[in-house]
Ligand binder design. Structure first.
Ligand code: NAP
Length: 474
């Protein structure tokens, strides 16, 4: 197993192989693309017994979670295969010709979409299967007809290599060029920078920190020929618990929220980092129940020392803040951090940008508000987020309209029940939001629409029949 850093020559060779494979792969009959996605899913399933223990050794996420994540990865590979077979990867919109001069008359226009070419994909530390070598970004790029060069996350190098070897075996069995999937690895910024700068790379998909994502996004835009950068970065995922919901289900909601805050040791981009409650009896009872749930929780160890250091710094910042009260600071259990709950008021939250920063890990900040107007002010102060949850906004009232408008302005997904962790892979899914939750609010990194990131629209004017029949695939 080669776990050494990829050299500049190796990175160049990987991108060049992907560029050579791009036209071959894009021209394949669509059934071959689907067959590859299904073969990759089968290979992952078949290797479960070796991959899951390896992933557990490298990430400490636990075999239950990792088995579930492997199943999800298989599900999404097969789901993309079905989408490809249904024609989603080759959209076609036809405007027939109308005799006469514009604006009423026109030539026939057929809008199609073509694969972008080689995609650089940065694997996520917190999803060793579902957002790594064969994760959602790779599945959606392969479905769109694009080769992928994966930058393995240094948090699980052995697993990345093992999954890549399986995938290389599938490519060979299906007689596909090995450049369809390439792997580069290394810890340190040089490998990622070289990848984003490579002239053969046509777009980048990234999941990780705001700092890392921002640096690479700048790099993608500073190239002589800038390329699209699809970054999924930090998010604080506010949950607004309205009195109507707390009256009906307060204790159950507190239990669900505590579970969502500590899920995966808080290392999900959708973990709720802020909960907004009224400063009244119902709100106070809810916060007490939430605190009890968190005090009893036993999060597991974090993914790597860097994430743990970031978490420690985040909670220390809140502990020491004059306007913040510490409600729960559960003692750390060996390598695992304890769960944390803090509280502040709306005025302090709005005044201090530092209180609105993501603390990646099992921590949440309660913000108490007097009324709806203050709730809206709190939401207005928050930067773009992947999700906003509105509990108790089910009635068609002017107040709820205002809340929904505020939530939609802020987030890519608005929930009216349940918790934001657990992101379904479907056609309607939207996982992305305004900056800084993602670098491109119009795209999603989860669900079948993720393919659209790697397709570029082309309008064919008066195209020959053969080209339209082939959906633009020459
Ligand atoms: P990260 O530090 O952003 O790293 C992600 C990937 O990007 C790694 O492969 C990393 O390579 C590379 N990278 C980071 N900064 C770079 C730069 N300036 N230039 C070139 N490459 C760069 O994320 P992480 O290691 O997963 O976790 C660190 C923090 O990210 C967490 O504490 C958390 O705040 C956040 N995070 C967010 C999400 C999310 O879903 N939004 C997920 C995971 C983590 P090297 O490590 O090799 O340098």
């Amino acid at each position: 197993m080669n776990l050494t850093d990829s050299t500049a020559t190796q990175i160049r060779a990987a991108c060049s192989a992907a560029a050579s494979a791009a036209p071959v792969y894009a021209r394949l009959p669509i059934s071959h693309r689907a067959a590859l996605l299904r073969a990759l899913a089968d290979a992952l399933l078949g290797a479960r017994e070796t991959l899951v223990p390896l992933a557990d050794r490298e990430t400490r996420l636990g075999t239950t979670r990792l088995n579930g994540e492997l199943d999800r990865t298989v599900f999404q590979l097969r789901g993309f295969a079905t989408q490809v077979e249904n024609g989603t990867a080759q959209p076609l919109l036809d405007d027939p010709a109308i005799p006469g001069a514009p604006p009423l008359g026109r030539q026939r226009l057929t809008r199609i979409a073509v694969p972008l070419g080689p995609i650089a994909m940065f694997a996520a530390s917190n999803f060793p299967f579902a957002f790594s070598v064969l994760g959602g970004d790779t599945a959606s790029a392969l479905a769109a007809g694009c080769p992928v060069v994966v930058k393995a996350h240094p948090g699980h190098p052995g697993l990345s290599r093992a999954v890549f070897d399986l995938a290389a075996g599938c490519l060979a069995e299906l007689h596909l060029p090995e450049g369809v999937l390439q792997l580069v690895q290394g810890s340190g910024v040089d490998v990622g920078l070289a990848l984003v700068r490579d002239p053969d790379i046509e777009a980048v998909a990234f999941t990780g920190s705001l700092r890392g994502g921002q640096a690479l996004w700048r790099e993608a835009n500073a190239r002589p020929r800038p390329i699209p950068f699809y970054g999924e970065l930090g998010s604080i995922n506010p949950v607004v618990a309205l009195p109507a919901a707390l009256q009906a289900h307060g204790p159950a909601l507190a239990t669900a929220l505590a579970g969502s805050i500590v899920l995966g040791c808080g290392q999900f981009c959708t973990c709720p980092g802020v909960v907004v409650v009224r400063d009244d009896d119902l709100g106070q009872a809810f916060v007490r129940q939430l605190a009890e749930g968190l005090a009893a929780a036993t999060p597991h160890a974090m993914l790597h020392a860097g994430i743990r250091a970031g978490f420690n710094a985040g909670v220390a910042r809140l502990h020491g803040h004059a306007a913040v009260k510490t409600l729960v600071a559960a003692p750390a259990g060996g390598e695992a951090p304890g769960a944390h709950l803090f509280a502040t008021d709306a005025t302090s939250f709005i005044a201090d940008e530092g209180l609105r920063e993501e603390v990646f890990g099992p921590s949440c900040l309660v913000v108490t508000v007097k009324d709806l107007d203050e709730t809206l002010d709190v939401l207005a102060a928050v930067q773009g987020s992947l999700t906003v949850t509105l509990w108790g906004a089910d009635e068609d009232t002017p107040d709820n309209h205002r809340l929904v408008v505020a939530a939609q302005r802020l987030a890519g997904r608005v929930l009216f029940s349940g918790v934001p962790t657990g992101v379904a892979v479907t056609a309607a899914q939207q996982h992305g939001g305004p900056w800084p939750s993602s670098t491109n609010a119009a795209s999603t990194s989860v669900g079948y629409a993720a393919m659209e990131r790697f397709l570029r629209p082309v309008a064919l004017q008066d195209a020959p029949a053969w080209l339209i029949q082939r959906r633009g695939q020459a």
